[in-house]
Structures are given as structure tokens and as C-alpha cells.
Ligand binder design. Structure first.
Ligand code: IPE
Ligand code: IPE
Ligand code: MG
Length: 246
């Protein structure tokens, strides 16, 4: 039986988030430059997106570039940015064909103008698609997002202070980039690193975490299926007892 058939279609995670890690090590293991790993990571993105769309996953968030990644060598950052542009261009037709809606979280205006422009075009071209919502986290970090939310709240209520008891989780979430996107049910990190690296810190409060040794360029839809099968064997209790949730 292939892996896909082992998945219970009635209890799919609605939102899967992925920290795509290990490109550099993948390339170095093969005696190549780190950027070779990033280029090969695109194949993993394509297969994962297709696999998720085919399965009926509603939201897939991919961590593609963190605000901390600007601290990498200039050459690598530049290569990543041009890879982004070429990938956006080469994948446009496939995304449209597969009914995928593209969204982003992060400081898109802080990206080089070519990247921002291409992204905005693709977002508008796919905005009426009704299949998978693919969310690219670009120039994103959670602390940045949360601090920005606080700034926006203060700006909005500068002239008429908000009643303190109106500040609830739901109120605050409206100021995050993920507003209108449900919290991830499952978070996958590749490459054997067991950390969150400033990704969706607020949103993963009750997310199931899954770590795999697979390096991102080797990741394929079957690896996603394995993560989902593992997720489906867990009991999500949200603070309650096992008896209560059964
Ligand atoms: C993930 O792979 C891609 C980005 C962070 C852009 P890395 O480039 O972090 O690869 P490793 O972790 O150094 O192997
Ligand atoms: C996290 O990977 C960011 C992305 C996958 C885009 P990093 O490779 O930047 O994370 P650290 O530095 O190892 O924590
Ligand atoms: Mg890394």
C-alpha cells in the first residue's frame, strides 16, 4: 500500500507549515556551493506543493527567507533573491493550472523591488483560485510580526484609546500577517534541527511538531505524507483530558 492511501482523508491537517532547512548542507555534502542546494530546493517545493494540493490540504506555509537570513554572506543573499524571482516566473503557470492561491507573510516591501513586483503580480493572478492557499513566508520573523502588530494597534487607537478588556487573543490576531489563516495544525522542520527559528511563534501554540532528518532538497511528497500519517496518530488535547476529547 502506498503511503498516500494510509492517510485518513477525513482528518487531514487544514494547515501545514514547513521550515525548509538543510539546503546548504545538502550541497556541501556533494562538494558543491550552498546555492546549488537552494536551486535544488525548488524541486522539493514543487513536489510538496503538488502533493499537498492533490491531497486537499487547504493551507501550506513555507518558510523561505527569515529576517535573520539577511545576515548571510552577500553573495548567498543575492543568489537567493534572484532564485526567488526566477522561481516565481517559472512556477506561475503551474500554480494557476493547479488552482493554487498564492499569499505571503513577512515584510514584502523590504525585499528587492524586482522580487516584490513579481510576487504582487502572481498574488493578483492567483487571487481567485479556490484550491490550496500557498503562503510564502518571506523576509518574515515572528518577533518582527508581533512588534509590528503592537505598533499598528497603537497607531489605530492613538486618538481614542481602546478599552483594555477588548484586547483578546482574537483582537490581537487581527493584527498579525496570518489574519484569516487558521493556525497550523502541523509544523514540519527538515534537516534534523530541533528549533523554531522565529517562525510563527504565536500561531503554533497548539501545533503538532514533526522533525525529520531529510535535508530539504531531498524532501518529496512522500515525506509530507509520512509527516501527516504521524500527525494522524496523535491525540490533540488542547489542555483537556484524554477522556474529554474522546
Ligand atoms: C534553508 O537551508 C534555506 C534558507 C534558510 C534560505 P539553509 O540554507 O539554511 O541550509 P543549511 O541549514 O545551512 O544546511
Ligand atoms: C530557518 O532556517 C529559516 C528558513 C528556513 C527560511 P535557518 O537555517 O535560517 O535557521 P537557523 O539559523 O539554523 O536557526
Ligand atoms: Mg539552515
Amino acid at each position: 500500500m502506498d503511503l498516500k492511501e494510509k492517510i485518513d482523508k477525513n482528518s487531514l491537517p487544514i494547515h501545514v507549515a514547513v521550515i525548509m532547512d538543510g539546503n546548504g548542507r545538502w550541497a556541501q555534502k556533494k562538494g558543491n556551493q550552498r546555492i546549488f542546494g537552494h536551486k535544488n530546493g525548488v524541486k522539493a517545493v514543487r513536489d510538496t506543493v503538488e502533493g499537498a494540493a492533490e491531497l486537499g490540504i487547504k493551507y501550506l506555509t513555507l518558510y523561505a527567507f527569515s529576517t535573520e537570513n539577511w545576515n548571510r554572506p552577500k553573495k548567498e543573499v543575492e543568489a537567493l533573491m534572484s532564485l526567488l524571482i526566477s522561481t516565481i516566473n517559472s512556477e506561475t503557470d503551474t500554480l494557476i493550472k493547479n488552482n493554487v492561491r498564492l499569499l505571503t507573510i513577512g515584510d514584502i516591501d523590504g525585499l528587492p523591488s524586482g522580487v516584490g513586483k513579481n510576487l504582487k503580480e502572481l498574488i493578483s493572478k492567483t487571487s481567485n483560485n479556490t484550491g490550496l492557499s500557498l503562503i510564502l513566508a518571506l523576509n518574515y520573523s515572528s518577533r518582527w510580526e508581533i512588534v509590528n502588530a503592537v505598533k499598528d494597534i497603537i497607531t489605530d487607537f492613538q486618538d481614542n484609546p481602546i478599552e483594555i478588556n477588548k484586547i483578546t487573543n482574537e483582537f490581537f490576531e487581527r493584527y498579525l500577517h496570518t489574519k484569516d489563516i487558521p493556525d497550523p495544525d502541523l509544523l514540519v522542520r527538515t534537516s534534523g534541527e530541533y528549533r523554531i527559528s522565529n517562525f510563527l511563534v504565536w500561531q503554533i501554540a497548539y501545533t503538532e511538531l514533526y522533525f525529520t532528518e531529510v535535508l530539504w532538497p531531498d524532501f518529496r511528497r512522500n515525506d509530507l505524507y509520512e509527516a501527516i500519517i504521524n500527525y494522524q496518530q496523535r491525540e490533540r488535547r488542547f489542555g483537556k483530558t484524554s477522556e474529554q476529547v474522546n
